[in-house]
Design a binder for this molecule. Structure first.
Ligand SMILES: Cc1ncc(COP(=O)(O)O)c(C=O)c1O
Length: 388
């Protein structure tokens, strides 16, 4: 038997051609040839099911290269600029980023023949900055006087770089229509994986591309959909008050001009989740479900667990979990950091555990007990709002 590697393109020797004399196309001729071909087709996991048949499904975008959904839109923005002739090989791409867009653009740039400069601040997870550099990006770090993300300063710096250098292109993820369009495939993947109507879509919101782009395409595909956007408490996308928050990637600090990719018409509920609840959810999911997800995924899943039982029986709810938790080992998953930042809460973790357990228990139970579950989730939420 030959021990030729399975993934080499080859023409089978004549003895294997059989009598047809037709040259067979090797089975492995469509193997991916670039890391860019590995973007998408991420798995879908049923995280919870209620006794009334409602389900909570999580689209695990951490399985993309870079460990995040954002590489989908990074590729879409760059490819569209190439098609329009806005960039040519040798150009430099510049983007202010909190990390995940930068990781996607760093890979897209290196693989498609461009240089990438990420304008970042120290609010970004250090591992994201290190990875961006490893993918070949140049980093320009700008930090403001406060410990909040320097979102405005980063944009100003990007503007400066673009006006002082030739052959530079700024995708501007907050206003570039190819950001939301970059999630069309995500919607199509959901549509082909789920036979039911997708009733509720939940995602954390930063530029708005993930939630609004996916929702728009799902609606075009015929899904009748309620969308729930989640931002960190302290972010101002869905209104004041502004304040500090530690969820990295989602939200916008006070004074930030929210871009047009936050399509308020497409978002039915815009809610705020604080860091304590978001991070408690990420920590419980790692411990109890073996799922290591970032803090913004924690926030979206927290809200999904809280609301699922209040929707009619048989609801299909999908959360888009934006990124992997490995990037946050020194923060969300580090007890010392959590304590130092007053974010560790046994009560919040207990509440998340309780919601997961209640769904587990209810699988074999009746609609009446789903009402109990609904009551449990709102009581737990009430208790937590009162700081209990
Ligand atoms: C971890 C994380 N969560 C959520 C978001 C928000 O996604 P969007 O910008 O598509 O709204 C981002 C965006 O960078 C992110 O990095």
């Amino acid at each position: 038997m030959s021990n030729r590697p399975k993934d080499q393109n080859h023409v089978l020797p004549p003895s294997n051609l059989g009598s047809s004399r037709v040259r067979k196309v090797p089975k492995d001729s469509s193997l991916p040839r670039s890391v860019c071909d590995l973007v998408g087709r991420t798995p879908l996991l049923e995280l919870a099911r209620a006794g009334n048949g409602s389900r909570l499904l999580i689209k695990l975008e951490c399985f993309n290269p870079t460990g995040s959904a954002k590489i989908r839109m990074a590729l879409a923005m760059v490819r569209s600029a190439e098609r329009r002739g806005e960039i040519k090989p040798g150009y430099t791409i510049v983007e202010p980023t909190s990390g995940n867009t930068g990781l996607g653009l760093a890979i897209a740039a290196a693989q498609l023949g461009y240089k990438f400069i990420g304008v970042v601040d120290s609010h970004a997870a250090p591992s994201k900055l290190a990875a961006m550099k490893a993918y070949g990006a140049e980093l320009v770090v700008v930090d403001g006087p406060s410990d909040r993300p320097s979102t405005m300063l980063r944009r100003k710096k990007a503007e400066e770089i673009c006006s002082s250098c030739p052959y530079v292109w700024w995708p501007d993820q907050h206003n570039n229509p190819n950001n939301p369009l970059g999630y069309s495939h995500l919607a199509e993947e959901l549509d082909s994986a789920i036979s039911a109507n997708i009733d509720v879509l939940v995602a954390s919101v930063g530029t708005g591309g993930t939630l609004c782009g996916t929702a728009r395409r799902l609606r075009e595909l015929g899904h009748s959909l309620i969308t729930i956007g989640v931002e960190p408490e302290g972010s101002i996308i869905f209104g004041p008050p502004a304040g500090a928050y530690k969820q990295s990637g989602a939200g916008a600090p006070g004074g930030f001009p929210v871009g047009c990719n936050v399509d308020t018409e497409a978002i039915d509920q815009g809610l705020k989740i604080n860091d304590v609840k978001a991070f408690a959810t990420s920590r419980v999911l790692a411990r109890e479900k073996g799922l290591m997800l970032g803090g913004t995924s924690g926030a979206a899943i927290y809200e999904a667990l809280r609301q699922l039982a209040s929707f009619p029986a048989g609801t299909t709810m999908v959360v888009i979990a934006c990124d992997a938790g490995e990037k946050y080992q020194n923060t969300i998953f580090d007890d010392r950091w959590m304590i130092a930042n007053k974010l560790l809460s046994d009560i919040a973790e207990h509440q998340v555990s309780g919601m997961l357990r209640a769904f587990n228990d209810s699988i074999a139970l009746s609609n009446r007990q789903t009402a109990n579950l609904n009551r449990y989730c709102s009581t737990a939420e009430g208790a937590s709002a009162r700081g209990l």
